[in-house]
Write a protein that binds this ligand. Sequence first.
Ligand SMILES: [Zn+2]
Ligand SMILES: [Zn+2]
Length: 189
Amino acid sequence: MNRISWDQYFMAQSHLLALRSTCTRLTVGATVVRDKRIIAGGYNGSIAGDTHCSEDGCYVVDNHCIRTIHAEMNALLQCAKFGVPTSGAEIYVTHFPCLQCCKSIIQSGIKAVYYAQDYKNHPYAIELFAKASVKVEKVELNEMVLDLNQREKNDFVGSLLEELKANGVNDDKLRSLHDQAAKIFTTFE
Ligand SMILES: [Zn+2]
Ligand SMILES: [Zn+2]
C-alpha cells in the first residue's frame, strides 16, 4: 500500500483550496501546517461580503487586482481570527509568494515555505527569506495522488497494450506506447 507523503498531502490540500479562488487572474491556495497538522487554509479571494472577481470582473489598478486578499494572507489571518499561533509553523502554497506575502509569512514566524510553482519569484523576497532563515523549497504536486482510479486506469492501459501486442503491432511502437504509459502512471510496469 502506497501512502502519500506529508508534503504531497499538504500540497494537494493547497491545490484544492486554489479551486475555491474567486479571482480569475490567478488561483492560489495556501495551507498552514504545524506538527504535521493543518491549522489553517486560504485562497485568493475578496473580503467577506464583497463582490467576487469571478462575477463582477477584477478591480485592476496598475495591472494588479486590488479586490483580493492573497491565499497566504487569508490563511494567516484565519489564524489571527481564531487565535492560533503561527510561530514555528510551515506553509504550503501553490505559487511562490509575492513580496507582501513573503513579509507577512516571515513576520508571523513561519519557518518553512513549500511552493509548487515558480511565480515571478521576487529577488528581494528570496533575500528576505534567506535572511530570516526561512526554509524555502519547491515541492511539485504529483497529480496522481489525487487520482482515485489510478490502479484501474493503469490496468486498463496495460491490457490495451497486451491486446496491441497480440495483434502484431511492432515492437518499436509498443515500446514507445509503454514509455508514454510509464510517464503517466507512476506504478506502471
Ligand atoms: Zn481579481
Ligand atoms: Zn501574495
